[in-house]
Ligand binder design. Sequence first.
Ligand code: NAD
Length: 472
Amino acid sequence: MKIFDKLYINGQWQASTGSQHAINNPATEQPCASSPLGTENDVVAAISAARAAFPAWSQTSAQQRCDYINAIADGMKERFNDLVDAVSITMGCPKNMTVDLHINSSIDGLRSFAERAFMMEKIDDHGGFKVLKEAIGVCTLINPWNYPLSQLVGKLGPALASGCTVVIKPAEQTPVQDFIMAEIVDKVGLPAGVFNLVSGSGRKLGATLCGHPEVDMVSFTGSTAAGIKVSEAAAPTIKRVCLELGGKSAYIITDDADLETAVNWGIEDIMINTGQTCNAHTRMLVPQSRYDEIVSLAKAAAEAIVVGDPLDENSFMGPMASASQKGIVLDYINKGLEEGARLVTGGTDMPTGVDCGAYVKPTIFADVNNQMAIAREEIFGPVLCMIPYRDIDHAVEIANDSVFGLSSAVYAKDSDSAMAIARRMRAGQCFIQGSFFSTDVPFGGYKQSGNGREWGDEGMSEYIEVKSIICP
Ligand code: NAD
């Protein structure tokens, strides 16, 4: 049982003025950790510390910030097993899978921002006029529970590299890796006030975190509903707001694609992390002419997935991250049945071999119409909707008929054909021919999936102001 009873503010572990919050292991439904429910006073103290630290930190050299970021990444390597346990135990991702999906990718992702610190020293010359880059200031970083370390690093990396100071608010269910990161930062000797951590309820602390006049920028990842509240709180003080929100992404498989490879990629993509991936391609758009064949391939691939204890090295899917998330997913499965979709596999029963925990079976619905709630709303669980299409124009029309635009995917005969379709998808990313996520390129959504970008140079730009020097 991990008990964190202090918050990290101004380079010190400080008692919170709030109560303790118990965190359950979703596989056992037993408490596995606890952390403070920070209060408004805690948030204000953290913002003041970040404000006080900003002038000196923003004037450090790029080399100093690069060295600090690399030292934090080294510290993450030293605490590797603790980070794996933190993510696996609190959100249920199988331990074997957590190693690369959550931890190694986060360490590499953080390091990618070390070199980007030097972007800040580059002065653009426009015919004698100069354009400089400066850190935007004090940033609030708010994250959800589904990729808790990676989402933290995708914000912390560019914030530190650009010279910003931060107040971090992890999700209530998964704060443990953030506390470990605070311990690492403390050991590395990052100047006091640069990194501040306040755990607690987003609903209660959101107005202060996002509305306080001493905060310059808010980077938020979470649901579209909470993103709207964040924007409203930030609006009166005209803060920059970077939103990374929900999705209902489409995956087009063409009739001349290598169907087995295409379908296997699609099933793995949706079921990985137990379906709790914001850019999972949860609507599989399938040519009518090969529908039955593709549904059979999908059923076989889903039924081959091993669901079980996160500590079992054979498990591909663990439990949902919480009992409440399981409840939401089961409600959607029932809704799909009521709407008349055909249940191909899965459903609301417990998977074979488990009798407690927040488990849900890999579930596939066929004969889904894009107007059904299960095709329009984000389920955030291992539930795939298979939607038939007549021709590519029809497929693209269905793909883009969504309020979301986070991601998209295409599997066609070859890369050139896939690329032609990718250009027509209204989403911030398109995975073609079974490719995988990379932190080297920008990630973010169109439409109600958000307005910002994380990772890559564009992810860094969110934390930067530009200043023009008008020369004589
Ligand atoms: P959530 O919106 O309920 O919570 C996310 C975070 O926001 C938590 O830390 C929570 O405490 C905080 N929060 C809640 N209300 C707030 C408010 N009014 N003001 C400020 N903060 C508030 O989302 P969740 O259920 O934790 O996460 C799942 C959602 O996150 C899904 O919609 C998923 O698609 C989305 N997500 C998006 C991305 C992306 O990069 N686009 C990545 C991962 C998850």
